[in-house]
Design a protein around this ligand. Structure first.
Ligand SMILES: Cc1cc2nc3c(=O)[nH]c(=O)nc-3n(C[C@H](O)[C@H](O)[C@H](O)COP(=O)(O)O)c2cc1C
Length: 291
């Protein structure tokens, strides 16, 4: 049986004592397909889809699509897991248009992403006009060339050479979604702004809020959903933050209003490549329980 990538990283018994925290991982052979079986949870996981604890479920829980233990009955876990794990960043596309209704459907569902204060401070500009896509790509390429020409870039020779070849690959996509972030001022932001720079505590809190800007987290949540839903429809995407280097030029091309910021491009198209899976770190490396 072919094991998912996740398992290939997990060879043999992972000894409890190599972690400073208390995760118990079973040997490779014993773990189940989803990899959860080997991890000791304080609370049992809900049973798999369709398997309520004692058969029948109550009408109210059914109406919410949940079983008694709170597990969703709507989607099979294996299917969901396959969908997530088979999404790849796609950088070469077939010369085949993408139906607009699919793009709209995926964006509509992506707007159900969690977002800060339910402000929904996102916009998705869908560009299928070839000339416009080329102009956006030209702007990114020009900025790449400029940055590559700086003496400071010399020490990164190989990486810069690769970057010069790939930074504008989205020009080959039949559709590009420009993701815009809305400026959003929460009550905490307003308090900090009023308090000003003179108070060191206010300054520190302000810097933390800037670091984890909730408006950026908001568009990131929607972008994640979007890439996944487009993959569901058989479409390839790559989430690209790189084009922000041509922010002003792209905002001019797309006539972005002054209180919105262009932050990413998601090229979309039917894949013309089947890239290798980029491996993920074993889950025990990225989580930590405080029990
Ligand atoms: C915030 C963010 C920015 C990214 N920016 C770029 C980019 O500018 N260019 C690019 O080719 N890929 C970009 N990627 C794609 C990553 O390289 C890719 O997701 C990662 O290597 C894992 O591969 P996978 O998506 O196939 O699983 C970005 C991904 C994220 C989440």
């Amino acid at each position: 049986m072919k094991r998912p990538e996740f398992y290939r990283a997990q060879t043999g018994q992972i000894k409890k004592d190599i972690f400073s925290w208390n995760l118990k991982i079973k040997p490779y052979e014993d773990a189940d397909e989803q990899g959860w079986e080997g991890i000791k949870f304080n609370h049992p996981l809900p049973p798999p889809a369709g398997e309520g604890q004692d058969g029948e479920e109550s009408a109210p829980s059914r109406s919410r699509g949940m079983n008694k233990t709170g597990g969703s009955k709507m989607i099979d876990w294996k299917e969901l897991s396959d969908l997530v794990k088979t999404r790849r960043s796609i950088r070469r596309f077939q010369d085949r248009p993408v139906p607009e209704e699919i793009l709209v459907k995926a964006v509509e569902l992506a707007t159900w992403a969690p977002n800060s204060g339910n402000q929904q401070s996102w916009r998705f500009y869908i560009v299928t006009n070839r000339e416009l896509i080329h102009k956006m790509a030209d702007a990114v390429k020009a900025k790449t060339e400029l940055m590559a020409s700086w003496p400071e870039a010399k020490q990164f020779g190989e990486t810069v050479a690769r970057w010069r070849k790939t930074s504008d690959f989205f020009r080959g996509a039949p559709a590009c979604i420009a993701v815009l972030m809305g400026r959003y001022s929460s009550i905490a932001d307003q308090i900090l702004h009023a308090r000003g720079e003179q108070d060191p505590v206010a300054r520190e809190v302000h810097s933390w809020r800037d670091l984890g800007a909730s408006c950026l987290q908001t568009v990131a949540a929607a972008s994640t959903y979007l890439c996944l839903f487009l993959h569901y429809f058989g479409l390839g995407t790559t989430w690209m933050a790189g084009p922000i280097q041509a922010k002003r030029e792209i905002e001019e091309l797309l006539q972005v209003p002054p209180d919105w910021d262009f932050v990413a491009v998601i090229p979309v198209g039917y894949p013309a490549e089947n890239p290798e899976t980029r491996p993920r770190k074993p889950v025990q490396e990225v989580i930590k329980f405080f029990r």
